[in-house]
Design a protein around this ligand. Structure first.
Ligand code: A2P
Length: 254
């Protein structure tokens, strides 16, 4: 375990916030992995799995969290301030890593809600852009305000002095909301069933020969999208066998 110091906190909506913390130089991870993080509550460490949003080359840690009013950890975590201590587990792990996927041309990063978190790390990682022609970052939320964190990450990348050029060439951002009018509306499942998401981005319909998919969201979203991929011949990759898609549950506290 490491003890880190919270540096910045930003509240995006009454349900979502992101924060940064110091990073021990000895803490190594692969972009897309998660680790246990938490606080000391009533004298004991209280930890939950959190995907790491920062890329492996960054010198700080970043996380994106839901706020559950009576959630054992998030009811405390949502009150953190710069200078507070954060416990960070020293053993990151997870399936959303390039080693579990066969080589491909387009990488689809499909998330709902806080499932965006591991993909923030992946789109910030220069190696992702060496491996694919296009990286699609699709994020489904109920409301426009919930897209704020993802929008800021993408805007920063597109305008980055060093990274902007390759990001503008390869990164395709597709935010969609389900409960108010927006330029993209509908669940990711429906958008793929209609072939609309690919068409809107000027890409060919989803195809296992060229496309690789990473999924992170609620259990129901994962089930539905996994079934859609399997029906199109995609196979799941793991640490043992590379596949055309990989899955991780977004760690939402019930
Ligand atoms: P909807 O508004 O139609 O429920 P949540 O905040 O509940 O985790 O939802 C985040 C987003 O994921 C919402 O836009 C929600 O749409 C959508 N969603 C919920 N279930 C699924 C599913 N099975 N497949 C795809 N998207 C889903």
């Amino acid at each position: 375990m490491y003890t880190e110091t919270v540096q910045t906190v930003r509240h995006w909506t009454d349900r979502l916030f992101s924060f940064t913390a110091t990073r021990n130089p000895g803490f190594r991870f692969i972009s897309g992995q998660f680790t246990m993080i938490g606080l000391t509550v009533n004298g004991k460490p209280l930890l939950r799995a959190y995907s790491i949003c920062s890329a492996h080359h960054e010198d700080h840690l970043e996380f994106f969290s839901i706020k559950v009013p009576d959630g054992p950890l998030t009811s405390h975590l949502q009150k953190i301030q710069p200078g507070d201590q954060l416990i960070v587990g020293a053993k990151p792990t997870g399936t959303l890593i390039q080693q579990n996927l066969k080589p491909g041309k387009t990488l689809y990063l499909l998330s709902t809600g806080t499932g965006l978190a591991p993909f923030v790390s992946i789109v910030k990682d220069p190696e992702t852009y060496e491996l694919y022609d296009h990286i699609v970052l699709a994020h489904g939320c109920r409301e426009i305000a919930e897209l704020g964190y993802g929008e800021q990450i993408v805007n920063n990348l597109l305008n980055d002095e060093f990274f902007g050029e390759i990001a503008r060439e390869k990164l395709l951002y597709y935010p969609t909301v389900t409960r108010e009018p927006f330029r993209n509306n509908g669940r990711l499942t429906a958008l793929f069933e209609q072939g609309k998401l690919e068409a809107d981005l000027g890409l060919a319909p989803l195809n296992k020969e060229t496309d690789r998919v990473m999924l992170c969201g609620s259990p129901q979203m994962l089930d539905d999208l996994q079934n859609l991929l399997i029906s199109r011949g995609f196979t799941e990759g793991s640490h043992h066998t590379r596949g055309e898609f990989v899955i991780e549950k977004a760690f939402v506290e019930k």
